[in-house]
Design a protein around this ligand. Structure first.
Ligand SMILES: NC(=O)c1ccc[n+]([C@@H]2O[C@H](COP(=O)([O-])OP(=O)(O)OC[C@H]3O[C@@H](n4cnc5c(N)ncnc54)[C@H](O)[C@@H]3O)[C@@H](O)[C@H]2O)c1
Length: 415
C-alpha cells in the first residue's frame, strides 16, 4: 500500500516508521521544512524513533511539505497538533489547514483517518465538510474514520503493534477499510460504531488519568499539612489486589495530552448544557501543583535560613516526563517561572534538553549544579539520575517525584 501521513511529530513519525517497516510506501507531509529535511536525511528528531531505523527505512519513506504527493496514496492518516487557544479553547487551526490542503488533492477511493485527539463530533462536523469541498462525498466517494493514537512517548513495552487500536468509521465500509489498514501494523483492532465513540474513548482515557492524578495530588497537599508521608500512603493502598489503581503525586501534569484534552471535552459539553465538573476540577487541582511546589521549596529554604531571592536553585529534569525531551506544558517550566519571579537564580540539569531558550539557560553537568546551588529540586527524574549522588552532594534536596524514597538525610525534603 501507499500510505500518506500528515504531521510527522511524536505521533506521525512512529506511525510512518511502523507502516514503512511493514513494507508499505509512506509519504509524510509536514508543514515544517526542517522536519521534512531531517526525515530525508534519515535523522530522527523523536526519541522513540531511532535514527538508524529511520535511515534503514529511507527507501520506503519520503517526506515533503507538498500535499500534491498525496494524490496517489490509498490512505491518509492525519496526526497534526490539536492544542488550546490562548483562552483555553480547542484550536483546530492545524486540522482545518491540513484538511483544506488535503481536499485539494483528494481522490475518489481514498481513505482518510484522523488520529489527532479531539472532541466528539470533530470528524463528522469539521473534517468531513472540509474534505467534501473537493466535490467528493464522504462515505460514498471516499472513506473516513477516526482512530485515536495511544502512543506513550518513551515507553517500550507497549508499542503501536501490541496496543489495541480503537477505530470508528463514518460508515460500515469506512470502518472495514480502516480496519484492513491498521491490521497490517497492529495485532488487535477494537471497532466502535462510529467516529464519535472513538473520539470520546480517547478523552475518557486521558480524563481518567487527569482525575486520578488530581486526587492523589490533592491528598499530597493534605498529607503535607498533616505530616503524613503521601508515598507511604500510596504504596500501602496499592497493595490492594483489586479495586485500586496506583497513581503517583507529582509537580503537575505536562505534555500535549493531559493538560489539554480535558478542555476539549468540557468545551464541547457546554454546547449540550451539561457541566463536566469532575473534568474541570481535576484540571484546576493539577494546575495548582507548581505553585504548591514553589511554596514547598520556599519553606525548605526558609528552614535553612535562606530566602528564595538570591538563592541559587538547581532544577533537575525540565521536560514533562522521564526519558523524553518534550517541554510542552512542562510543570518544571512553570516552577522555574514562579521561582524567577521571586528572585531565585536558576540553573538546571537535563540530558534530554540541552537548552532552555526562554530562560536563556543551557543544561549544566549534574555535579556542578549540585555543588554550586543552595537547593536542588527533582522535578523530573530521568532514568539513570544518580539520586544518591544528588542527596550526597547537594546542600538541600527537594524531591517532587518520590525517587529518594528509602533514603534518609537531614538535607532531604520530599513531596
Ligand atoms: N504526543 C503524544 O504523546 C500523543 C499521544 C496521543 C495522541 N496525541 C495527539 O496526536 C496529535 C499530534 O500530536 P503530536 O504530539 O504528534 O504533535 P507534534 O507537534 O509532535 O507533531 C505534529 C506535526 O504536525 C505538523 N503540522 C502542523 N500543522 C500541519 C499542517 N497543516 N500540515 C502538515 N503538518 C502540520 C507539525 O509541524 C508537527 O511536525 C495531537 O492531537 C495529540 O493530542 C499525541
Amino acid at each position: 500500500m501507499r500510505v500518506g501521513i500528515v504531521g510527522l511529530g511524536y505521533v506521525g513519525l512512529p506511525l510512518a516508521l511502523a507502516f514503512a517497516e511493514e513494507g508499505h510506501d509512506v509519504v509524510g507531509v509536514d508543514a515544517d521544512q526542517r522536519r521534512v529535511a531531517a526525515v530525508g536525511r534519515g535523522e530522527s528528531f523523536i526519541e522513540d524513533v531511532p535514527s538508524e531505523r529511520l535511515a534503514a527505512a529511507r527507501g520506503r519513506i519520503t517526506a515533503t511539505t507538498s500535499y500534491d504527493e498525496l494524490g496517489d496514496v490509498e490512505a491518509v492518516l492525519i496526526a497534526v497538533p490539536t492544542p488550546l487557544s490562548r483562552n483555553r479553547e480547542p484550536d483546530l487551526g492545524a486540522l482545518v489547514s491540513a484538511s483544506t490542503s488535503l481536499a485539494r488533492v483528494l481522490k475518489a477511493g481514498q481513505l482518510v483517518v484522523l488520529e489527532s485527539t479531539t472532541y466528539p463530533g470533530t470528524t463528522r462536523e469539521q473534517l468531513v465538510p472540509l474534505l467534501e469541498e473537493s466535490g467528493l462525498a464522504a462515505g460514498r466517494d471516499f472513506n473516513v474514520a477516526f482512530s485515536p493514537e495511544r502512543v506513550d512517548p518513551g515507553r517500550t513495552d507497549y508499542t503501536l503493534r501490541n496496543t489495541p487500536k480503537v477505530v470508528g468509521g463514518l460508515t460500515p465500509a469506512c470502518l472495514d477499510r480502516a480496519v484492513a489498514l491498521y491490521e497490517t501494523v497492529c495485532d488487535e483492532i477494537v471497532t466502535v460504531s462510529g467516529p464519535e465513540p472513538a473520539e470520546l474513548s480517547k478523552l475518557l482515557e486521558n480524563v481518567f488519568r487527569s482525575v486520578n492524578i488530581a486526587l492523589v495530588n490533592e491528598l499530597a497537599m493534605l498529607c503535607d499539612r498533616m505530616g503524613i508521608d503521601i508515598w507511604e500512603v500510596v504504596e500501602a493502598a496499592a497493595t490492594k489486589p483489586y479495586g485500586f489503581m496506583r497513581f503517583d503525586p507529582g509537580p503537575g501534569m505536562g505534555g500535549h495530552c493531559l493538560p489539554v484534552d480535558p478542555f476539549y471535552l468540557s468545551w464541547k459539553a457546554r454546547e449540550y448544557g451539561q457541566p463536566t465538573e469532575f473534568v474541570e476540577l481535576a484540571g484546576e487541582v493539577n494546575q495548582r501543583m507548581p505553585e504548591f511546589c514553589v511554596e514547598r521549596i520556599a519553606r525548605a529554604l526558609n528552614d535553612d535560613s535562606k530566602p528564595v531571592r538570591g538563592s541559587r536553585i538547581a532544577i533537575l529534569g525540565v521536560s514533562y516526563k522521564p526519558g523524553v525531551g518534550d517541554l510542552r506544558e512542562s510543570p518544571a517550566l512553570k516552577i522555574m517561572r514562579l521561582l524567577a519571579a521571586r528572585g531565585a537564580e536558576l540553573v538546571y540539569h537535563d540530558d534530554h534538553v540541552p537548552e532552555l531558550v526562554d530562560f536563556e539557560l543551557s543544561s549544566s553537568p549534574l555535579e556542578s549544579v549540585l555543588e554550586e546551588s543552595d537547593c536542588a529540586v527533582i522535578v523530573t527524574a530521568h532514568p539513570g539520575l544518580d539520586v544518591e549522588l544528588v542527596v550526597r552532594a547537594a546542600q538541600l534536596v527537594v524531591d517532587f517525584r518520590g525517587v529518594t524514597r528509602g533514603l534518609e538525610a537531614a538535607n532531604l525534603v520530599r513531596l
